[in-house]
Design a protein around this ligand. Structure first.
Ligand code: E4P
Length: 224
């Protein structure tokens, strides 16, 4: 089970990797726009410094045609490092690019997945991660969990070395369902992951435990 964060905000990333079991960072151009770093690659290298090589960094290409997607992928790897996962939208040109990048041994995250057949194409092309867009699929009136479940079954049945990284989240329930229906990874905004702990019962339980301790041993006492 992998928790990944969908942000390029440096303070948010530092805080999240320190407090939660975060194993990677993803973004897309719209997410980058929210932070609008002056120098894109300096910023991405800064993220790598914060998260280290033990966590995955997924960086998205911009172009729509295969040739330029492949060039952009090479530039991203040169500027950051060769462990980066290149995020490629699963368009007709994108699948062609995924095949080329995989033949070169490059890590690929197939993104902008709305449909099972699109996911199967990315799977057969060799993507390492496939990102179904949970909230956006739901907004279109389809069931993202059916897609995740069927894709997960197919990966297991055919023995593919590929993980589902469910994406596009607006709430905790979508994240929980994604894991339960078979996603190995999720990438979510930090505020969605923090919302897991926004349950007043948790705070009340901790307060009750504290007051029982102090009632026994007195205020100001502790275990250490
Ligand atoms: C992953 O990085 C996706 O690009 C992202 O989760 C999409 O999220 P959105 O649907 O909120 O734009």
């Amino acid at each position: 089970m992998e928790f990944i964060i969908d942000t390029v905000d440096l303070e948010e990333i530092k805080d999240a990797v320190e407090h939660m079991p975060i194993v990677g960072v993803t973004s897309n151009p719209s997410i980058v726009k929210r932070t609008s770093p002056a120098k894109f690659f300096d910023h991405m290298r800064e993220i790598r410094n914060i998260i280290g090589k033990e966590r995955s960094l997924h960086v998205q290409v911009i172009s729509k045609d295969c040739e330029t997607i492949v060039k952009e992928a090479h530039r991203i790897l040169e500027e950051i490092d060769n462990q980066v996962y290149i995020k490629v939208p699963v368009s007709y040109e994108g699948v062609k690019a995924i095949k080329i990048l995989k033949s070169e041994g490059i890590n690929v995250t197939a993104t902008a997945v709305y449909d099972l057949m699109q996911a199967y194409m990315a799977l057969a092309a060799g993507a390492d991660y496939i990102a179904p867009y949970v909230n956006r699929i739901g907004n279109l009136g389809s069931d993202p969990m059916e897609l995740i479940n069927e894709l997960s079954n197919r990966i297991a049945m055919d023995g593919y070395d590929c993980k589902i990284i469910a994406a596009s989240f607006k709430g905790v329930q979508q994240v929980r369902d994604s894991f339960n229906y078979g996603a190995q990874a999720i990438t979510a905004p930090v505020e969605v992951l923090k919302a897991i702990f926004k349950n007043p019962n948790i705070e009340k339980a901790v307060d009750d435990f504290n007051s029982d301790w102090y009632a026994m041993y007195g205020e100001g006492t502790g275990i250490c």
